[in-house]
Design a protein around this ligand. Structure first.
Ligand code: ATP
Length: 415
């Protein structure tokens, strides 16, 4: 039996993963449970609290009796009601229940829904119709928007990574988190390349800044190494509990190759093309350049939070072949770059203004040729020798720094 939960928390209170962790413990007393899932959906959704994540659990028992199903549903709803910030107007919890046989019978419908919830903005009515179509059941609190993500979490399929989330004792909720940066840097080094996005430079980035029950989260690809990593992190309080979630974080699941003519706002894309305009610095510290793939042209922007990544972007030149990975902003319309593949650098030349006599060739005016300042030799405009300039950027794959990375973005170390 599958249980999906979403939209229970606010910026001030709680976390849907916390409900997931509590339910894993409670239901785990009676039933065999699968690893819970924390699934991130379209990061362009406007009314998300943080990372647009939905949680789902799977009770692995084969022959659940009606009384079991009843118990499971009641327990889930009790926890959702107790740990949702229902007073916040932007918190609209939704819960979805789906039986094993309905899940199996409707796998392709569910996979399509998962793609839709990753790439598009889905409306609640559509999500409810899919729940009904696959034989599931939904419960809405207030506006019930959480049904969209609750079903998305159940419907998800691999590839997956893992995140180990640690939770704080209740009395510490809202207090400042004390996490020893050095221990996280050390943990990152020792667990490389099995964990990722732990640090940015010498600062840890595993702890959130909100008042939620999460102390920190370590992302990685192996459960055993995540547990070891947790033991390496030094922090100023005792961990209350921890839970490992299976997740689509770090997989680029939100991106897919698209032709520029087909691109629309609020979706994730991978575009390969040629730079048609040298990068420009624009207001707010952003850098923008244009790319064409023969079907159209689109602006690609590296915003200020991407920090030193912008230095790479600034070095691009017209005619470079690139791959741009990112999400599409509506206003101003363009791709917000998450990763950049410099596929082929264009050749860049400068005019060789040295004359064979040792003098310097001086321009005679616009496109009028050159004359040597020493021996007075004349050279036609098109006959001047060109020297290839070494480009100050290399072909290769570049990514934004960890602190500017989306949960869903696949770090280069996983390629
Ligand atoms: P947290 O990371 O703490 O779980 P959050 O960022 O996930 O918070 P939510 O409070 O869950 O934010 O709000 C996101 C809302 O968007 C949920 O109601 C969810 O059902 C909905 N949602 C998810 N994916 C989509 C989508 N593709 N289109 C429209 N709504 C979506």
């Amino acid at each position: 039996m599958f249980i999906g939960i979403d939209d229970t928390d606010s910026r001030e209170k709680y976390c849907t993963t916390y409900i997931g962790a509590l339910l894993m413990e409670e239901l785990g007393k009676r039933y065999k449970m699968d690893t819970p899932k924390l699934i991130r959906m379209n990061p362009m959704v406007k009314y998300k609290t943080r990372g647009n994540g939905g949680v789902s659990l799977r009770v692995l028992e084969k022959d659940l009796k009606d009384s079991d199903i009843d118990y499971i549903k009641k327990t889930v709803l009790k926890y959702v009601e107790e740990y949702s910030d229902l007073e916040d107007e932007n918190t609209n919890p939704g819960v979805v229940f789906l039986m094993e046989e309905d899940y199996k019978r409707n796998r392709s419908i569910l996979k399509n829904y998962y793609k839709k919830v990753l790439y598009d903005i889905v409306d609640l009515q559509y999500a409810k119709e899919i729940v009904e179509k696959v034989g599931g059941e939904y419960v809405c609190y207030k506006k019930g928007y959480g049904v969209i993500g609750a079903l998305g979490s159940i419907a998800s399929c691999g590839p997956y990574t893992y995140e180990l989330l640690t939770y704080r004792k209740k009395e510490n909720w809202g207090r400042e988190r004390i996490i020893d940066d050095k221990s996280v840097v050390e943990m990152d080094r020792k667990t490389f390349p099995y964990t990722f996005n732990n640090v940015d430079g010498d600062k840890q980035i595993i702890a959130p800044n909100t008042k939620c029950p999460v102390l920190y989260g370590i992302r990685g690809v192996r459960k055993d190494i995540l547990r070891k990593a947790m033991r390496m992190v030094k922090c100023g309080e005792e961990i209350d509990r921890y839970m490992i979630f299976k997740t689509n974080q770090g997989t680029d699941a939100h991106l897919r190759p698209m032709k520029i003519k087909d691109i629309y706002p609020n979706t994730g894309v991978i575009v390969y093309g040629v730079v048609t305009e040298d990068p420009k610095n624009i207001r707010g510290g952003a850098v923008v350049f244009k790319v064409s793939d023969g079907t159209g042209e689109i602006s690609c922007v590296a915003y200020e939070p991407t920090k030193r990544f912008r230095d790479i972007v600034r070095k691009l030149k017209k005619d470079d072949m690139v791959g741009v990975y990112g999400t599409v902003r509506e206003e101003p319309f363009g791709i917000n770059i998450e990763k950049l593949k410099v596929v082929k650098l264009s050749k860049l030349y400068i005019k060789d203004k040295r004359c064979s006599c040792g003098g310097t060739l001086k321009s005679k005016g616009v496109k009028s040729g050159y004359v040597c300042n020493r021996c007075k030799k004349r050279i036609d405009y098109n006959s001047i020798k060109l020297i290839e300039v070494k480009r100050d950027v290399s072909e290769g794959f570049y990514e934004v720094p960890p602190s500017a990375r989306r949960h869903l973005s696949k770090p280069l170390l996983l390629f």
